[in-house]
Write a protein that binds this ligand. Structure first.
Ligand code: KE4
Length: 428
């Protein structure tokens, strides 16, 4: 692949943007190469500034569940923009999308839109603290909830990839109220919640972890978490920024049948435009200003263009059999990758939930942060570069997930399996 223009763009970008990127993982540091600059995208493909074409499994980190530049979503945004871009006032579009979210997500009675997943989780935690009058929060090692101070302790995406345990700039005073324990460890969870329940405002969890790579909850983990938080007056927050509208139209909470008190959303509900949201029990949400004392605000929250894209995105998800077909494609791909590893004789643990998956370069099983960290990230880096050279764009980190979209065709997935077998054999 000729990437001269990307290289030149990267050098120029680094002069005016830290690291030349607006989000760390995009710098591709952990996979040992420079990022390519994307010119445009359509369906399952992205095209870089040197004219190279790639089959895309990053999908903008989740929003592009229908593939890129979907006609209905483009039309919805094009129509909306003719009426203006932002008013800073209520609109029917934000009410329409809020009604769709309330109808779709089992536990959400009321929802507030913000502009990113980070804003959603940050606001949900403040709300839980305000509602309970307690300060401590519990998260899980390897889970990432955005870059708000309270979360940057053994976070997942970005922090793990760059090997930063927490982050400079986060005051000790903040993280002293954050407890981080291993994912799927029910004994330690119960011990922690019972010992410190009187101080714990909330537990925030990725119901399927996507930021240490794909790690599924054990058969009993989420139910146990729900039982304990119910008993101990602790708000349970599902961070469904990745899983929301991805695992099912009602998200992971529909998929697993577990009802949290608050849910954070992002990515898919914006159809590629900046949106986040937090919602849940009305008695909790009513504590949010202006009706309640817990403050949260945002200039562009509920932006009409983003709302239009989100409405179009969710409408497309309502097609009968959408998730069945999407998950069948993902299952085909995952099975093919497993067979490719077996055929090449290299240890790969393939974790998949719905249309989210990660191939960990380790014997496995991978059930938490520690076992995920046992993966050979250097080997993944070689695999990433080899696949990119064949026009297949994987996540530039062993500790992220691959996303399948409805735009990926079976023929394309067959090609990916073939290229994977070629790459794995070169690694063996
Ligand atoms: P944003 O602030 O990036 O919109 O959302 C933060 C966030 C919150 N919760 C979960 C479960 C998330 O996965 C994320 C962000 N995901 C990463 C990728 N794993 C975004 C990619 C990036 O940081 O550039």
């Amino acid at each position: 692949m000729e990437t001269k223009i990307s290289s030149r763009m990267f050098e120029m970008a680094k002069k005016v943007i830290p690291g030349g990127v607006n989000s760390p993982v995009r710098a591709c540091k952990s996979v040992g190469c420079e990022p390519v600059f994307i010119q445009k995208a359509k369906g399952s493909h992205i095209y870089d500034v040197d004219g190279n074409e790639y089959l895309d499994f990053v999908c903008s980190w989740g929003p592009m569940i229908h593939g890129h530049a979907n006609e209905e979503i483009m039309d919805a945004v094009t129509d909306a923009v003719k009426d203006g871009t932002s008013f800073g006032a209520p609109t029917t579009k934000e009410m329409a999308l809020a009604s769709m979210v309330v109808e779709a997500v089992p536990s959400i009675e009321k929802v507030r839109f913000v502009n990113s997943g980070t804003e959603a989780t940050m606001s949900a935690v403040r709300l839980a603290r305000g509602f309970t009058g307690k300060d401590v929060i519990v998260k899980f090692d390897g889970c990432y909830h955005g870059h708000a101070d309270s979360f940057l302790i053994k976070a997942g995406s970005g922090v793990i990839t760059l090997g930063i345990p927490g982050s400079p700039g986060v005051p000790e005073d903040i993280v002293k109220n954050t407890i981080s324990i291993p994912y799927n460890n029910e004994d330690l969870l119960e011990k922690t919640l019972r010992e410190r329940g009187a101080e714990i405002a909330c537990v925030i969890v990725e119901p399927v972890a996507g930021n240490m790579g794909c790690v599924a909850p054990s058969a009993t983990f989420l139910a146990r978490l729900r039982e304990l938080t119910e008993e101990l007056n602790i708000v349970l927050i599902f961070d469904e920024v990745i899983t929301g509208f991805r695992l099912a139209y009602g998200g992971a909470q529909e998929h697993f049948g577990i009802m949290p008190d608050l849910t954070c959303l992002g990515k898919i509900i914006g159809g590629g435009l900046p949106v986040g949201a937090y919602g849940g029990r009305a008695d909790i949400m009513d504590q949010i200003a202006p009706d309640g004392p817990v403050y949260q605000a945002g200039t562009l929250s509920g932006n009409p263009l983003a709302m239009a894209a989100g409405i179009a995105n969710l409408r497309l998800l309502q097609r009968p059999d959408f998730y069945k077909e999407l998950n069948e494609k993902a299952e085909f791909l995952a099975d093919g990758l497993k067979k490719a590893a077996e055929s090449a004789g290299i240890p790969v643990t393939l974790n998949r939930v719905g249309s989210l998956m990660t191939g960990f370069f380790t014997e496995g099983p991978v059930t938490d942060f520690e076992s995920a960290m046992g993966s050979d990230a250097d080997r993944y880096a070689v695999h990433y570069r080899q696949m990119l050279s064949k026009g297949i764009n994987l996540a530039p980190s062993q500790f992220e997930v691959a996303f399948v979209s409805s735009a990926h065709t079976m023929d394309e997935l067959k090609t990916v399996v073939e290229m994977t077998e070629w790459s794995f054999k070169k690694l063996a």
